[in-house]
Design a protein around this ligand. Structure first.
Ligand SMILES: *Cc1c(COP(=O)(O)O)cnc(C)c1O
Ligand code: SF4
Length: 441
């Protein structure tokens, strides 16, 4: 039996009240949190603090790095700018202006996400992204937050209130209509923020109309969530936990494949009694759990972390699914790992697990043209190259076709790479220009 835990949330406003913060952090640490936390989102809770962070291992502890803002997440110039603004005791609105200016400079909208917003009879569906043929992403307006915030998150503009950048949608009706018109779509992926911050009442307001509409092409519902990592009590002892699991069961009973896309960044998140019990309960509904994470410096840039995650996930009944390359936004300089090193870590971990854990796909970059996987480094006619391929493409025909980029040990993203073997452009680039001119629907 897992005992209920009362959710206590900490932000910039009250983090100095956290007992461990008082014991383990210096004044300088707290000052850095204050400065950086005014630009990047900061929110943590008592489960993360008491069960996941090893406070004797500060500042290197991976979950501390994952949730607490660090001095070096901002450049010296940005840090000083925010620090000075705070010193001047500016009114709230003026502080916000400074913070927003820095946020814009941190590229809050990477990889051309705004290109993927579809239109239905003249209405822009701002809560939907439809990029890959089979799958639409749905951003319920009620899931624009999370149980705690990851310092690397590329969704952060949604939490810090740059309103015009929000992807969110009020109603499921438009989604239902869109799915009926687009028979090629088989999957709906609920995302956010974290849809599993919603009460079952709010969440079922999205799910029930979808189930009632009985859309023949809808085969899979996915829920992207970090709740298993940050707040497993959502599925255990929270007051509507049982009802949430019943809702999962209803989805499964209607013949729809339900998969929880669980976001785990480090094996320590898989080791508490609470997370193990929560995984068991979700699986009992007939839902599946697939796992994903970016690879990031200071958190999980070593093969042992990935090997252990994949092994322990399989042991608990989860299916390893994605290793992502961290996106070029926010504190990317702090977290970025070179593609070459990422691939070596991936391969090193992959070699150490049995076939049942080799369901994992990656390392993958979510770029504007598609999800690009790094297959490895090779020599072709004496030229050292990265071998790449699309696991998803704006154009489905691109998927699976290997292509080559000149080897560059310092590259951290597709933009840093040049076509190899004397080509001027990657094979998809000419075509992409034409595709961009065609509206998605
Ligand atoms: C990754 C992703 C999907 C899902 O792709 P799968 O290969 O089906 O997991 C859908 N839409 C977007 C925009 C994505 O980035
Ligand atoms: S849980 Fe997901 S959406 Fe929320 S802060 Fe972390 S990465 Fe971002």
């Amino acid at each position: 039996m897992i005992e209920a835990r009362k959710y206590r949330v900490f932000t910039l406003r009250n983090f100095k009240k956290i007992p461990q913060v008082q014991t383990y952090l210096t004044e300088t640490d707290k000052h850095s949190i204050e400065v950086v936390g005014n630009v990047l989102p900061f929110k943590v809770n008592n489960y993360v603090i008491d069960e996941l962070i090893d406070w004797d291992n500060i500042p290197d502890d991976p979950i501390y790095q994952l949730t607490f803002p660090q001095r070096d997440m901002l450049s010296d110039a940005h840090f000083t700018e925010m620090e000075n603004a705070l010193k001047q005791d500016l009114p709230k609105a003026a502080l916000k202006l400074v913070a927003n200016k820095i946020r814009y400079e941190l590229n809050p909208h990477p990889a051309g996400q705004e290109h993927n917003v579809p239109v239905l009879e003249g209405t822009k569906l701002t809560g939907i992204q439809h990029k890959y043929r089979e799958t639409v992403l749905f951003f319920p307006s009620n899931s624009q937050t999370c149980h705690a915030y990851c310092t690397f998150c590329f969704r952060w503009p949604q939490f810090v209130g740059i309103d015009e950048l929000k992807f969110a949608m009020q109603e499921t009706d438009l989604l239902v209509e869109y799915l009926k018109k687009h028979r090629e779509v088989t999957d709906v992926l609920f995302t956010g923020g974290d849809p599993m911050v919603m009460s079952v009442k709010k969440f079922s307001a999205y799910i029930d109309p979808l189930l009632e509409a009985d859309i023949p092409n809808l085969k899979t519902i996915r829920i992207g969530t970090k709740a298993l990592g940050y707040w497993p009590y959502k599925f255990l002892t929270d007051k509507d936990a049982d009802e949430m699991l019943e809702l999962f069961k209803r989805i499964v009973d209607q013949g729809i494949h339900l998969t929880v896309m669980a976001h785990f960044n480090h094996p320590v998140e898989l080791r508490t009694p609470a997370v193990k019990a929560a995984i068991r309960r979700i699986l009992q509904t007939g839902a599946k759990i697939r796992t994903q994470s970016p690879i990031m410096k200071h958190i999980n840039d070593n093969a042992a972390a990935w090997r252990d995650m994949w092994k322990e996930q399989v042991q608990l009944g989860c299916i390893p699914y994605y290793m992502f390359v961290a996106r070029d936004t926010g504190a990317q300089d702090y977290f970025a790992v070179e593609l070459d090193r990422i691939h070596r870590i991936f391969r090193d971990a992959y070699r150490q697990v049995s076939g049942v854990a080799r369901t994992v796909r990656g390392p993958s970059m979510s770029t504007d043209p598609g999800k690009v996987q790094i297959l490895g480094v090779s020599q072709i006619h004496g030229e050292k190259v990265f071998v790449l391929r699309f696991i998803q493409g704006r154009n489905p025909n691109w998927v699976g076709q290997p292509f080559f980029a000149t080897y560059d040990p310092n590259a951290i993203w597709l933009d840093d790479l040049e076509p190899a073997l004397g080509r001027k452009q990657f094979f998809f680039e000419e075509e992409r220009i034409k595709l961009d001119e065609i509206p998605l629907n």
